[in-house]
Design a protein around this ligand. Sequence first.
Ligand SMILES: Nc1ncnc2c1ncn2[C@@H]1O[C@H](COP(=O)(O)OP(=O)(O)OP(=O)(O)O)[C@@H](O)[C@H]1O
Length: 243
Amino acid sequence: METTIEVKELCKSYAQIKAIENINISICRGEVFGLLGANGAGKSTAIECILGTKKQDSGTVSILGMNPKKNRKKLFERVGVQFQEANYQEKIRVDELCEVTASLYKNTLDYGVLLEQFGLYEKSKSLVSELSGGQKQRLFIVLALIPDPEVVFLDELTTGLDARARREVWRSLSQLKEKGITILLTSHFMDEVETLCDRIMILKNGESIFCGSVKEAVEASPYEKFEDAYLWYTDGEGEYENI
Ligand SMILES: Nc1ncnc2c1ncn2[C@@H]1O[C@H](COP(=O)(O)OP(=O)(O)OP(=O)(O)O)[C@@H](O)[C@H]1O
């Protein structure tokens, strides 16, 4: 199976804080890979180093066989990124923002279809500033998908979405997966991770403490439910047993 994202011995510190320590990740085409961990575990730092928007101290990254820093322009024709906090000017309409985004790429998907798929079509003429938090979040996923990417990075995928919207996003992502898109996501919702991810890496204080499937994570823990197992990995204590 073709490897689309390869990270080797990645390290990144901020002054005394070791945010990422010796992370190795290898993701195949069509795989959904979840990067998990508590607040401050190092997920965003890892994603930024992988994307090349933050400079690692050491280690190498390759996406679709390219170095994200050296081959930035060429690579980002084929990679979509959903930003957690986007700096879009808010006095722009949804369809205008999609149009501007599409103009940055050679090959694009029909954003009308994407807006429909993510339940935003009726908001096409609304200002971005008029969207609810969850609608904005879905718009950011649409923007990430406009370049018809082979690899997508989704940071905190469904944070701020209601239960129905989360399910709709899951359904859309499952369709993307069937198309063979590679997805690297972060999430704090274990039901979502269980539903979507083929493999996960759990980070604790910047180190990988588990890498494998959800099933393997549960089997290697004393628990039967993934959320309990996840809390056990990240806390190392069994205090959630009776909750
Ligand atoms: N620019 C920065 N300067 C100094 N320290 C930073 C900086 N960015 C992150 N850190 C620290 O690095 C560690 C990892 O942070 P990071 O944002 O990567 O975690 P995270 O897993 O994405 O957290 P969250 O789930 O809260 O988004 C934390 O201890 C954080 O305080």
